[in-house]
Design a protein around this ligand. Structure first.
Ligand SMILES: CC(C)(COP(=O)(O)OP(=O)(O)OC[C@H]1O[C@@H](n2cnc3c(N)ncnc32)[C@H](O)[C@@H]1OP(=O)(O)O)[C@@H](O)C(=O)NCCC(=O)NCCS
Length: 208
């Protein structure tokens, strides 16, 4: 029986392989390169939660969560959000369930931190990830972040986890090259927590 994929931290041993990860050429405009994401994680360690998606010792993808980001600071109904900042599945590894695994692993991490909702923003259009996120239950909120669609998923079973208090602010851009939120994203961030490996709640032993 195949073992499930897992999330691992980026280390000096795997960082070069991580930076070599590529999505399909026609998807290059949808997401920043991994090296760019890791630079942002380096600059915002309390906000970013970057992980490699590894299966059978192969790096098959990269995911980075954001933690407690305010999309519209200063607006009365604004709230800190957490969710998917980056998700890249390697060109030859797509449609095998790794994207779903990574989203579910991030959801688990957010539940562990006491969150009840996951947010993502993505480039709309035929070749973008909209149908992928819809399939996983995300629904558009009606907001735009720059020219990206904002969508959210309610997380169930989040009540038992301990909330990590917010403690600082930063700036972030979401999604694809050059994008920033329409009204500027400032962040209210969570304390840096030792990140545990994500766990696939829905991983099945489909052909990989
Ligand atoms: C979008 C992406 C992350 C999906 O990852 P993946 O590993 O190929 O997706 P999965 O195999 O886990 O698919 C999960 C489900 O979504 C469906 N799905 C995935 N991509 C889809 C698409 N483009 N259109 C419609 N359905 C899609 C799958 O068929 C699967 O459905 P099933 O469970 O009924 O079989 C991947 O294609 C990718 O890295 N794209 C380029 C970068 C990008 O757009 N990232 C998102 C930035 S916000």
């Amino acid at each position: 029986m195949p073992s499930p994929p897992r999330l691992v931290t980026v280390t000096s041993d795997n960082v070069e392989d991580a930076c070599a990860l590529r999505v399909r050429p026609d998807q290059d405009g949808l997401v920043k390169p991994v090296a760019w994401s890791l630079a942002q994680a380096y600059a915002s360690p309390e906000t970013a939660w970057p992980r490699l998606i590894v299966d059978d010792e192969r790096i098959v993808g990269f995911v980075m969560a954001f933690l407690d980001v305010r999309f519209h600071p200063g607006e009365p109904d604004d709230r800190p959000r957490s969710g998917l900042w980056r998700l890249d599945i390697a060109a030859g590894q797509q449609t095998r369930g790794y994207g779903r695994f990574a989203v579910e692993a991030v959801n688990d991490e957010l539940r562990r931190r006491g969150q009840t909702r996951t947010t993502v923003s993505y480039v709309p259009g035929e070749h973008g990830p909209e149908r992928f996120y819809r399939k996983l239950g995300f629904r558009a909120t009606g907001e735009l972040s720059g020219d990206q669609v904002v969508a959210e998923l309610e997380l169930t079973d989040g009540s038992a986890r301990i909330r990590i208090p917010a403690r600082s602010s930063r700036q972030v851009e979401c999604g694809r090259p050059g994008l920033s939120a329409s009204r500027g994203n400032s962040l209210v961030t969570a304390a840096t927590a030792t990140a545990s490996a994500g766990r696939a709640s829905g991983w099945s032993s489909r052909s990989r």
